[in-house]
Design a protein around this ligand. Structure first.
Ligand code: NAD
Length: 483
């Protein structure tokens, strides 16, 4: 671990300082299966210290009350430093996660800096309104930061998920206590330290390390946390809702799981569709929330499309994240790979046909063969459950009605893809798809941070990115003055 301060490996970052503690949770490289180090598990007292530090920092610095342009400038300085430290950050990102080093350097780290700049610009441009009232009164809407945001992030894109939470919260005048995933804590810790080096007030960005049941739960339930922002599984999101309902109501943004369909009509460009379908499930080994894991294909093109996909899937070779070249990413843990394989074999036992893949690669680390499952009934768990791996189901349909019936998931509604050259059909069906995001003749986010992201139904509550995410970090007050 040369070139990186070893304190990073085993310390919370609270009030602008490192707080080393006994290391309890091992961090494993998914590329090799070897242990990399260990991190502490914050208990309620540590979480309490972090929340108090955040509140004290707000009071001391008046972060929410200073000239908005001063917040904007400070955040730009932080983004500059993140870019300057891209090499170290990319390494910290890649070493313990599924993110390839070169992609982290050119993509994830740069995108995180861009997100900070994007949200910084709202600070002095957004807010408040005069409202029409009878001339006996003067009415306006004032908005204000919440105070302390308690944030929790998943392991699949550690630094950019931290950016999704930190950037709008800080631009909007809040302080943050963030718990990253226990599997991928280091890039988040390092950007927290960089915030202080860039001149942000100490205590504005705090990172507590630990697992969900102890540290995450203590953070969500803390009475000093004014709002909660969570990204992770629907299961954990539900546990957090329950926890908050018991411990004291507070507003929350929840970005949760999905099982997104990609609907391909026969009139589409087959090469484009094959390319998008492959890029909708293979990057990061399918470990991204909007993965297009349910392929719904019009029956007349099923054969040629399946053949193209089989070729693409079979061509993927495992590549360790530090190797510096493109390839199939590892599955985040051996346990998660076991879960993926369990769903695939159970699907097979229930009649699914494996068109390709279907097993782990025989090598060190956790790498799973890209897998295409055909002949799956609509109630097969491979079709209904989020797998979070390079596994897609392949179902066929005949006509729009059957396509829409198959596309509708009983609980999830995160994203959907639609492939057709018929513009009227695209517009008609986009309206019918129950999803927070629909991509037509492409699949996946662009770098347009203005487009909010978030799920419908059990895929979430509220939005990250976009103006919505900035506004979600402020609360409004209606004022009426009798004249
Ligand atoms: P996870 O739910 O297991 O863990 C996410 C985070 O929550 C971790 O930091 C974990 O420690 C914490 N956590 C777990 N249980 C908790 C609890 N009871 N209380 C408080 N915190 C708790 O998810 P994961 O495996 O890290 O990430 C994958 C999941 O995240 C997938 O379901 C994926 O779809 C989802 N995700 C969603 C989006 C989105 O924008 N909708 C983006 C990325 C990932």
């Amino acid at each position: 671990m040369s070139g990186v301060d070893p304190r990073l490996l085993s310390a919370h970052f609270i009030d602008g300082r490192w707080h080393p503690a006994e290391a309890e949770i091992e961090v494993i490289s998914p590329s090799t299966g070897l242990p990399l180090g260990a991190i502490p598990r914050a208990d309620a007292a540590v979480v309490d210290a972090a929340v108090r530090a955040a509140r004290a920092a707000l009071a001391r610095s008046n972060w929410g009350g200073i000239a908005p342009r001063a917040r904007l400038k400070a955040l730009h300085a932080w983004a500059d430093l993140i870019e300057a430290e891209a090499e170290t950050l990319a390494w910290l990102e890649a070493v313990c996660s599924s993110r390839p080093l070169h992609q982290a350097r050119a993509g994830d780290v740069r995108v995180t800096a861009e997100q900070i700049r994007f949200f910084a610009e709202f600070a002095d441009k957004e807010g408040g309104a005069l409202v029409p009232t009878a001339d006996t009164a003067f009415g306006y809407i004032e908005d204000a930061p919440y105070g302390v945001i308690g944030a929790i992030t998943p392991w699949n894109f550690p630094i950019s998920m931290a950016g999704w939470k930190l950037a709008p919260a800080l631009a909007a005048g809040n302080a943050v206590v963030l718990k990253p995933s226990e599997m991928t804590p280091w890039s988040t810790l390092y950007i927290a330290e960089l915030s202080v080096r860039a001149g942000l007030p100490e205590g504005l960005v705090n990172v507590v390390l630990g697992d969900g049941p102890m540290t995450g739960a203590a953070l969500m339930a803390h009475p000093g946390v004014d709002k909660v922002s969570f990204t992770g599984s629907t299961r954990a999101g539900a546990a957090i809702m329950e926890n908050i309902a018991r411990s004291g109501i507070k507003p929350m943004t929840l970005e949760l799981g999905g099982k997104s369909p990609m609907v391909v009509f026969a009139d589409t460009d087959l090469d484009l569709a094959a390319d998008c379908l492959a890029r909708g499930i293979l990057p990061n080994a399918g470990q991204f929330c909007v993965a297009g894991s349910r392929l719904l294909v019009e029956d007349s093109i099923a054969e040629p499309l399946a053949a193209r996909l089989r070729d693409r899937f079979r061509a993927e070779t495992p590549v360790e994240t530090l190797a510096g070249r493109d390839g199939l990413s590892p599955i985040i843990s051996a346990a998660q790979m076991g879960r993926i394989h369990g769903i695939v074999t159970a699907a097979q036992e229930r009649g699914a046909e494996i068109l390709c893949g279907g097993a782990p690669f025989e090598r060190a680390g956790s790498f799973y063969q890209p897998t295409l499952l055909a002949g799956v009934a609509a109630d097969n768990p491979a079709v209904t459950e989020e797998i979070f791996g390079p596994v897609a189901t392949f179902q066929t349909f005949h006509g729009e009605e059957e396509a829409m019936a198959l596309a509708a998931h009983p609980t999830y509604g995160l994203a959907a893809g639609l492939f057709t050259r018929d513009l009227s059909r695209a517009l008609r069906l986009t309206r019918r798809l129950e999803a927070g995001t629909v991509w037509v003749n492409r699949y996946g986010r662009s770098q347009d941070h203005i487009l909010p992201t978030g799920g419908w139904k059990a895929s979430g509550l509220g939005k990250d990115l976009g103006r919505e995410a900035y506004l979600a970090n402020r609360r409004s007050k209606s004022v009426l003055i009798g004249l």
